[in-house]
Design a protein around this ligand. Structure first.
Ligand code: 5GP
Ligand code: ZN
Length: 134
């Protein structure tokens, strides 16, 4: 099965690379949320955060940290969002794990998801269901 990000790693599809080391590569997203929107990916193909071995995930998140600082320093962005869409229902289109680094500006009009409230007793029940799996 061909993977678009594996093809970018191999150099078969062009990209604007901003960082590369032995395990990690970072390049501009082709359809940026904001200028400088960067994708940080492992060179080896893993579908998502459950799939990727811890050692490579550690290297990947260090790549995210490097790119985040570079986005701030290089573009003068006062902040940025780090996001990983995990599975199609969460908006993951490319099944090769990637972290989005999205530079932000003051009053840039990008809003996060609406938040709600728990009903009586629901937070305790939900926390328990998660806790039991860890
Ligand atoms: P996802 O929705 O899977 O979290 O994000 C996939 C991202 O990959 C999208 O933001 C999309 O714009 C980006 N993308 C898809 N195809 C390409 C491509 O060929 N080159 C680059 N640079 N980015 C891509
Ligand atoms: Zn891949």
């Amino acid at each position: 099965m061909s993977c678009i990000f594996c093809e970018i790693i191999k150099g078969n599809i062009p990209s604007n690379k901003v960082y590369e080391d032995e395990d990690v590569c970072a390049f501009l997203d082709i359809m940026p949320i904001s200028y400088g929107h960067t994708l940080v990916i492992p060179k080896e193909h893993y579908a998502n955060i459950e799939d990727i071995p811890e050692k490579i995930l550690s290297k990947l998140i260090l790549g995210v940290k490097k790119v985040g600082k570079a986005v701030k320093d290089g573009l003068g962005a006062p902040g940025y969002n780090v996001c990983e869409n995990n599975d199609p229902v969460a908006g993951q289109i490319v099944p090769h794990i990637h972290f989005h680094v999205v530079p932000r500006k003051h009053n840039d009009g990008l809003h996060s998801w609406p938040q709600g409230k728990y009903g009586d007793g629901d937070a305790e029940e939900i926390a328990g269901k998660i806790k039991n799996q860890i």
